[in-house]
Design a protein around this ligand. Structure first.
Ligand SMILES: CC(C)(COP(=O)(O)OP(=O)(O)OC[C@H]1O[C@@H](n2cnc3c(N)ncnc32)[C@H](O)[C@@H]1OP(=O)(O)O)[C@@H](O)C(=O)NCCC(=O)NCCS
Length: 214
């Protein structure tokens, strides 16, 4: 663990803020845009107020339990909300994994923002959380999301079915540093994660059967 805070991170263009209850209204602007919910809520259509509240509550709970999670993304220069995403425990194709996810305001698509978030998420996963690998998955036709994965070193692994829909699963494995010892973080890594293993299972279990929202 690096010891730096994960609650507020600055990248070249973005400020990543730990999701908070008062982000709800800004999140609605993003998540109620059909260009976004078509891929983030593929099963149920436009999310209802109740689904949005439940989704935010789950993200807040995730931060409480594990000390990391999804961020609200702001443009560093204007403070404007431009998206959300980050890292979370997920249950995909029978495996308990840490997943990277992203959604960007459509007006800002194509500016490299999801790629910038993905790169920082990968760094956090490997350096701060001491993960050895993370996954990302999306609907097969989501070419933009797949491109973000490929640009940031995720490798296509296989087709999966997730919440009853075909998805493509990608995996990003930590780069090996030549001559470096196995991560000294092993013990540090296992401490917080082992402590939370039961809670994590409970959380993952509670996701099964729910409508997928990301
Ligand atoms: C997926 C998403 C987050 C990408 O955000 P973004 O900030 O536009 O992504 P970036 O600009 O970093 O990169 C997008 C890449 O996809 C490419 N791309 C976009 N649309 C594409 C398409 N239809 N076919 C092929 N490539 C495409 C872009 O050209 C760019 O690649 P490049 O840098 O090589 O030119 C955004 O489209 C989004 O929010 N979609 C709705 C929510 C969503 O689907 N989230 C993912 C759920 S798994």
């Amino acid at each position: 663990m690096t010891g730096r805070t994960l609650e507020r991170i600055e990248t070249r263009t973005l400020v990543l803020e730990r999701l908070r209850p008062d982000h709800a209204e800004e999140l609605k602007v993003l998540l109620l845009d059909p260009r976004v919910w078509r891929t983030t809520w593929p099963l149920s259509g436009e999310p209802t107020e109740a689904q949005l509240s439940e989704s935010l509550a789950a993200k807040l709970d995730h931060w409480e339990r594990y000390g990391f999670g999804w961020w609200l993304l702001r443009d560093r220069s204007t403070g404007e909300m431009v998206g959300r995403g980050g890292l979370q425990w997920t249950y995909a194709a029978g495996l308990d994994e840490v997943e990277a996810g992203w959604a960007i305001m459509p007006e800002r698509w194509g500016q490299g923002l999801a790629t910038e978030l993905a790169r920082r998420s990968i760094e956090v996963a490997f350096e701060d959380l001491a993960r050895r690998e993370i996954v990302a998955f999306t609907l097969p036709h989501n070419a933009a999301s797949r491109r973000v994965m490929e640009k940031t070193g995720f490798v296509y692994e296989r087709d999966i079915v997730h919440v009853g829909l075909p998805h493509v699963l990608y995996r990003r494995v930590r780069d090996r540093v030549q001559g470096a010892a196995e991560p000294a973080a092993t013990l540090e890594q296992s401490a917080p994660l082992t402590r939370s293993r039961e809670a994590r299972k409970e959380h993952v279990g509670s996701r099964q059967g729910r409508t997928r929202s990301r």
